[in-house]
Design a binder for this molecule. Sequence first.
Ligand code: SAM
Length: 242
Amino acid sequence: MKVGKVYIVGAGPGDPELLTLKAVKVIKKADVILYDKLVGSKIVEFLKELDKEIVYVGKNSGEKGSKRQEEINNIMKKYAKEGKIVVRLKGGDPFVFGRGGIEVEFLAKEGIPFEVIPGVSSINSVPTCAGIPLTHPGYSSSILIVAGRDDVEEWKKTPLKGTIVILMGRDTLDSICKNLISSGRDEKTPVAVVENGTLPEQKVIVGTLKDIATKTKNVKGPAIIIVGDVVKVRDKLPNFNQ
Ligand SMILES: C[S@@+](CC[C@H](N)C(=O)[O-])C[C@H]1O[C@@H](n2cnc3c(N)ncnc32)[C@H](O)[C@@H]1O
């Protein structure tokens, strides 16, 4: 029997106009689309208007990621073995903190044909849409990208200069800031938290390592944290994207 094909596709940070042309092309030819929690609601609306099978496979709260991953792998396999074209749609870029690597390892092991379509990652697009260049002459020429849930010890190794971009750090921001200060970063270092970046409900909260955790207590949506002098560039752009 003919085996189908799985496309592991990046959906970008949420704004539907940041879906790539290639992503739209494969979505249109898919038989079934498996999508994650971080895929923007407007994109999900667009998927639902297509005459296709659409399956939500995102993690529910409290659920273990590894168990869910096993289930997703089996769902991809089931449809591919039925000869279907499957689009596995993931937030941002599938290979950036997105388990895309685990999924392609699985597909390769199972002998299922696959293709990976990169997406616009939140890492750079969210700061850009908030008016914060991650590098800027005289401010920073390096970027460190970290997952906020990483072991606290890791924070002691961060460089004292340059921009730090933190994903999945919303709930651990207080300890992240304390660790950065105890590792030698000045407590007055500017920090921005961008919630729901690229979407109409985007919010940007600016503070310092000392006070940002208090200022962002009510942030509940997906958020990117940017640490470093580049945050100050935003003050020079009052008419940014107006
Ligand atoms: C599991 S990671 C997935 C990252 C994704 N693969 C990418 O390339 O953007 C999820 C984290 O990405 C960040 N994120 C994704 N979309 C975002 C958005 N629209 N606004 C702010 N942060 C976002 C948040 O830090 C969130 O906790």
